[in-house]
Write a protein that binds this ligand. Structure first.
Ligand code: G6P
Length: 760
């Protein structure tokens, strides 16, 4: 219907143009035709006059008048000649033929013949007037006046005009017809193609075509190279628009729930991660619940709350077994019970091999280029495979139908996607890799690189924080597997099964008004923190909050503090870094050594610049709960994030979310994925101690107005680019894929039922 309107909109101007052209062209054509005839008649007249002149000169003078009349009368027998007259040199008429009008005098005839258009309108019709000397050599020679009938040229002009109108009409109709046909054909293709792209179907189309039989309504081939680019540009434009004008439709739990209801039609969502979101511990006062320090948990927990699914994780707490039901399930969060946590129990041997060994001694240092050597043991690999299989079996057991949406989290489960795919071929498996992906050479160190890649390519969608990590992954596959890579569609097809590889920058849940209402004011937070940590009132307070991990650049950070006190002695006694270092993986030697080293360096700096009442670095190597961290963030003058390599880093986003007073400075490593989104921070290279030192000094001396401007902009970004958007974008892509897949299956079933050939 729309295309018809468009064609009409195109055709009407075309027809109007042709009509106007015809109206302008016809008089022109008329004039030209008459001019041709006029010239033709003048030439003809000259010839007739010449013939007559010769005959006249032969007449004997005595018989002249009568012979002359006969001669002229014979001349007008030519049907085109209306009349002939002979005029004397003084302008008097000598004689004239019958048809020559009495009213036309010689002088008038001469005047008319001298005009550009020697046309005269007589009662009998229009005539062409030509005057020719009988003897051109003689100046006072008699003249012949020849009147030619103009009705013939007029008739011809009318005919020409008629033919012209018919020609223009036929031409117009032909152009219109061809245009309509071409427009119909190409418009249908392009419009549906563009619609498909804008709906995002272009991204999932190749998945269907290759994996599902290709019955999808897809963009035409000529548009395919544009698809991903257009979508990326749309996303970039959307992102820029949001940055400049603030959110149009903010992502929040409600919108995410709506998306799950509509796009995923309430399909079951299962999350798989190693770390559980709630840990039950037995202590002297009974069972307590805590939340681990984990970026992954921070991000996925709000999503699970929004979609009420099942979260499968390793039950690592000492009281975890006490609180689960007979199916190892417990409803969490403990107070609101919004989703189910299904715990998996691991033996010590399994934990050692799969978690500590392969995941944290192998893959973690492999993917974080932080100068710690990865260690790969055959026995760890065997445990890693076995535990992946156990979790995959748990996914299959928890699935209510044959096509759940499975969200696989992180490097602990590289093999699980293919294992689940084997049992649940219709499942939508979204794997998110929370840590960086290295370049192909670095990844090539791993002896089981092929198996890991094959396992991951069991996913429907594979997400990384940044495009750079996607690129590294694609190049790694290209190096080590026989796979078909389609850069323009961001897909990798391995053994005919396609995987969409996309970047989805992770984030946090933006605090709600109720949460914020529970926060202490920045002044109260400062008072409480200063009191608890015995800080002098004029202290410039920097905070660092990390897991106690060698990738976080904690050593580089304390070195920068030391250098600050050397370079700017005025800060001695006044500058304090409070470093929260949440215990992590301390069973590993690499971690123990690193943690010991930090303790030693901190002590040395504190001895060098501190005294009984002042320590420049306060190392708090213990777990802090969320409210305690919020208080610290709100009390601080700056937050220092110096990761040597980090997938995203959510601490910086938590700090920004905590500063609703628009104060405080963020110092951020350029090697954290977050640096790409947060350029208003003071972005530094943590390996360059001097640069970090200067950033500390700059942050400490930054005027409140500049802090406000930077923080306001950072807050706008994090509020809009929140974790619901992260999940929403992945689930939207998944929803579109599922929709297409269902349609394809339905089409295939119908084809089978009706006995038609089904695409392979
Ligand atoms: C990183 C990983 C997460 C992990 C977290 C805590 O953020 O990407 O998967 O949960 O570290 O590590 P842990 O070993 O203590 O679970």
């Amino acid at each position: 219907m729309k295309s018809l309107h468009l064609q009409i909109r195109f055709l009407v101007p075309l027809l109007v143009t042709l009509t106007v052209a015809a109206l302008l062209a016809l008089p022109l054509l008329d004039r030209m035709t008459l001019r041709w005839f006029s010239r033709d008649l003048s030439t003809r007249g000259a010839m007739v006059a010449k013939t007559l002149s010769v005959a006249i000169s032969d007449i004997e003078p005595g018989a002249k008048r009568e012979r002359l009349r006969n001669l002229l009368e014979r001349g007008v027998l030519d049907e085109r000649l209306v009349g002939i007259a002979m005029c004397a040199a003084d302008g008097t008429q000598v004689l004239s033929t019958k048809g020559f009008p009495d009213t036309l005098g010689c002088k008038e005839a001469e005047a008319t013949a001298a005009q550009k258009d020697p046309r005269l309108e007589l009662a009998s019709g229009a005539v062409h007037v030509g005057v020719f000397p009988v003897n051109p050599a003689q100046a006072d020679s008699d003249r012949l006046v020849l009147l030619h009938d103009l009705s013939l040229p007029d008739r011809r002009s009318l005919d020409t005009r008629r033919y012209m109108i018919i020609f223009i009409t036929v031409l117009g109709l032909a152009i219109a017809g061809i245009t309509m046909i071409v427009a119909q054909l190409s418009w249908r293709g392009w419009v549906s193609g563009m619609r498909a792209i804008l709906r995002g179907e272009g991204l999932v189309r190749p998945l269907l075509q290759k994996g599902q039989g290709g019955a999808a309504d897809s963009a035409p081939p000529e548009l395919q190279p544009l698809e991903v680019e257009i979508r990326q540009h749309i996303r970039e434009l959307e992102d820029n628009l949001y940055r400049e004008h603030g959110p149009l439709t903010p992502w929040d739990p409600e919108r995410l729930r709506g998306l799950l209801r509509t796009q995923l039609r309430g399909d079951q969502v299962i999350v798989v991660s190693n770390r559980e979101p709630y840990i039950h511990q037995r202590g002297p006062n009974g069972v307590t619940v805590s939340r681990p320090a984990s970026g992954l948990v921070t991000a996925v927990e709000p999503v699970m709350r929004a979609c009420s699914g099942t979260w499968i994780a390793h039950g690592s707490g000492s009281a975890d077994q006490e609180v689960v039901d007979e199916n190892d399930r417990v409803a969490v969060p403990p107070d609101t019970k919004e989703y189910v946590l299904r715990r998996i129990w691991l033996t010590e041997e399994e934990e050692l091999g799969y978690y500590q060994g392969f995941a944290n001694e192998g893959l973690w240092p492999l993917c974080h280029v932080a100068h710690v050597r990865p260690v790969f043991r055959e026995s760890d690999w065997a445990q890693y495979r076995a535990v992946n299989q156990r979790f995959a079996d748990a996914v299959v057991a928890e699935a209510r139908g044959d096509d759940p949406v499975v969200l696989v989290q992180d490097y602990h489960f590289a093999l699980l996607p293919a294992m689940v795919r084997e049992k649940l071929p219709k499942a939508t498996i979204i794997t998110f890799w929370h840590i960086p992906w290295p370049n192909p050479e670095s990844f090539g160190i791993c002896p089981w690189r092929r198996e890991l890649l094959q396992g991951m390519l069991g996913s429907t969608i594979l997400g990384f924080h940044t495009r750079f990590h996607c690129k590294n992954f694609t190049e790694t596959v290209d190096r080590y597997l026989e796979a078909r890579i389609e850069h323009e569609h961001a897909t990798i097809s391995y053994q005919g099964e396609p995987t969409l590889v996309q970047s989805y920058p992770i984030s946090i849940a933006w605090p709600t008004d109720e949460e914020r209402a529970g926060w202490p004011s920045p002044a109260d937070a400062r008072r409480a923190v200063f009191e608890r940590l015995h800080l002098a009132p004029d202290t410039m307070l920097a905070v660092g909050v990390d897991r106690f991990d060698y990738t976080k650049g904690i050593l580089e950070r304390v070195h920068a503090v030391e250098r600050l006190l050397e370079k700017h002695p005025e800060w001695q006694g006044r500058f304090v870094l409070v470093q929260v270092a949440a215990p992590t993986r301390s069973a590993l030697e690499e971690y123990r050594e690193f943690q010991d080293r930090i303790h030693r360096v901190t002590d040395r700096i504190n001895q060098r610049f501190g005294d009984a009442g002042y320590k420049p670095v306060l190392l708090l190597a213990e777990h802090h709960d969320h409210p305690a961290l919020m208080e610290l963030y709100r009390a601080a003058d700056m937050c220092v994030v110096t990761s040597l390599h980090d997938g995203m880093n959510l601490v910086c986003k938590e700090f920004i979310a905590a500063r609703d007073d628009d104060q405080g400075v963020l110092i951020l490593s350029r090697f954290a994925g977050a640096a790409r989104e947060l350029p208003e921070a003071l972005v530094i290279n943590p390996y360059h101690v001097e640069e970090t030192t200067d950033a500390l000094h700059r942050a400490a001396t930054m005027p409140p107005q500049e802090q406000r401007e930077r923080m306001a902009s950072l807050r706008m970004t994090v509020r809009e680019f929140n974790v619901y958007r992260w999940a929403g974008r992945m689930l939207t892509d998944a929803g579109q894929w599922r929709l297409r897949e269902r349609i394809t299956r339905r089409v295939q079933r119908r084809s089978r039922e009706s006995g038609e050939a089904v695409a392979p």
